[in-house]
Design a protein around this ligand. Structure first.
Ligand code: ADP
Ligand code: ASP
Ligand code: MG
Length: 412
């Protein structure tokens, strides 16, 4: 008998009918003899609705209170699912993050799980119940409700699987696995049978929201077998695996990630003296603004242009800080741009192939897409481009790296 943690996302529990369907599915697994712990998200749209409510009170709602509120979304779905299971004769019990005791730090709205007390769940499983746990939420050492960041139910699922030493963590969602890129943007995207933790981590951190990045980190760290599957369609899904198979057929690029969440800031004509990067980025980081890509150019007149990207939510505060710095340093000007997007190609195959970046640049050049910034690591190349070219760029790269699914056979 296996112990399986199954996580169902927002669209999969988006209506009472869907919750009933999920209950049917769990019943079948249960009848197969496995122990099941289920993690659910809030009904789709609910977390956004709650955040909007808070924003009607204040632009920047107090984070502690925001957590008290947004955590209610998941509390509704655990109860509904437990009721639907019990109605079907499947013994079930629901728990909030606090009741299970998913202990987190106190970083409201982006808390990290520190420890999970799995005894209560173990007892319920022994008593033959399906345990339904609220995703996305925890409790800090002082008893405050915390949440784990958007998409955090994935992390609850994986963390529970690690704590319970489950045989597998299954992430059920509205696509049938991890694709070469977002199938809603590129129709020719292909489902991957397998992807390595390392690649999935890059894909998630570079914008593929199919799995929350912390969930992948956890799964890698605790070797939790992790699979992404469709909630209502049969199929093998995608296994996130540790082994990097050495095969001739290994693709150079496994996937393409993109994100529209960043904005670009440039400070021009800064005197080029030692410590300039620190003078610019010190105050930015002191304001808790995370910086992603950075480019610095040295000009001939002993001044430098310094460009970096931040999350769009932090754009206004970063711009203000930069303007103050520019005045202090005697810089020429500050320029900001929110209409940018970042596109990244990811693949462990890059390690053994030269010329991957230039192939990327060539594909973008053919489409007349200008590259504004570049960053690379061992298994990824990212570029910043104008936002309006994002979809074109992703499609061009998908074709250039031979990721397109074979054309579907048309009926004769
Ligand atoms: P859930 O509510 O189940 O957590 P999410 O919306 O968080 O679902 O994640 C699933 C979505 O992720 C898909 O509908 C898809 O549009 C998007 N997505 C982005 N990149 C990928 C990818 N590489 N493979 C599959 N889905 C992706
Ligand atoms: N309900 C939360 C969100 O919308 C958590 C999740 O769905 O994973 O972000
Ligand atoms: Mg999600």
């Amino acid at each position: 008998m296996a112990l399986i943690v199954q996580k169902f996302g927002g669209t999969s529990v988006g209506s009472v009918e869907r919750i009933e369907q999920v209950a049917e599915k769990i019943k079948k697994f249960r009848n197969g003899g496995d122990d099941i712990v289920v993690v659910v998200s809030a009904m789709s749209g609910e977390t956004n609705r709650l955040i909007d409510l808070a924003k009607q009170i204040s632009d920047q709602p107090v984070a502690r209170e925001l957590d008290v509120m947004v955590s209610t979304g998941e509390q509704v779905t655990i109860a509904l699912l437990a009721m639907a299971l019990i109605k079907r004769g499947v013994p079930a019990v629901s728990f909030t993050g606090n009741q299970v005791r998913i202990l987190t730090d106190s970083a409201h709205t982006k808390a990290r799980i520190l420890q999970i007390d799995s005894q209560r769940i173990q007892r319920e499983l022994k008593a033959g119940r399906v345990v339904v746990v609220a995703g996305f939420q925890g409790v800090d050492g002082k008893g405050n409700i915390t949440t784990l960041g958007r998409g955090g139910s994935d992390t609850t699922g994986v963390a529970l699987a690690a704590a319970l030493k489950a045989d597998e963590c299954q992430i059920y969602t509205d696509v049938d696995g991890v694709y070469t890129t977002d199938p809603r943007v590129v129709a020719k995207a292909r489902r991957l049978d397998k992807i390595t933790f390392e690649e999935m981590l890059e894909m998630a951190s570079l914008g593929s929201k199919v799995l929350q990045i912390r969930a992948v980190e956890f799964a890698g760290k605790y070797s939790v077998p992790l699979r992404v599957l469709h909630s209502f369609q049969e199929g093998p899904g995608t296994l996130i695996t540790l082994d990097e198979e050495e095969s001739m057929e290994q693709p150079i690029i496994s996937g393409i990630a993109f994100n529209r969440d960043e904005a670009k800031l440039t400070i021009r004509g800064v005197p080029d003296t030692p410590g300039v990067a620190f003078k610019i980025l010190g105050p930015i980081s002191a304001a808790n603004v995370e910086v992603d890509m950075i480019v610095q150019n040295v000009a001939h007149d002993n001044t430098t242009d310094f460009t970096f990207t931040v999350h769009r939510n932090d754009y206004n505060s970063a711009l203000q800080i930069l303007q103050t710095i520019a005045n202090e340093m005697g810089a020429r000007e500050v320029i900001g741009d929110t209409d940018i997007a970042k596109v990244s190609i990811v693949g462990v195959g890059m390690r053994s192939h030269a010329g991957v970046a230039s192939r990327m640049f060539e594909a973008l050049a053919k489409e007349n897409i200008n590259i504004q910034m570049i960053s690379t690591s061992e298994i990824k190349v990212s570029v910043v481009i104008e936002e309006k070219y994002l979809e074109l760029a992703v499609r061009a790269l998908h074709t250039a790296f031979e990721l397109d699914a074979p054309a579907a056979k048309t009926a004769e």
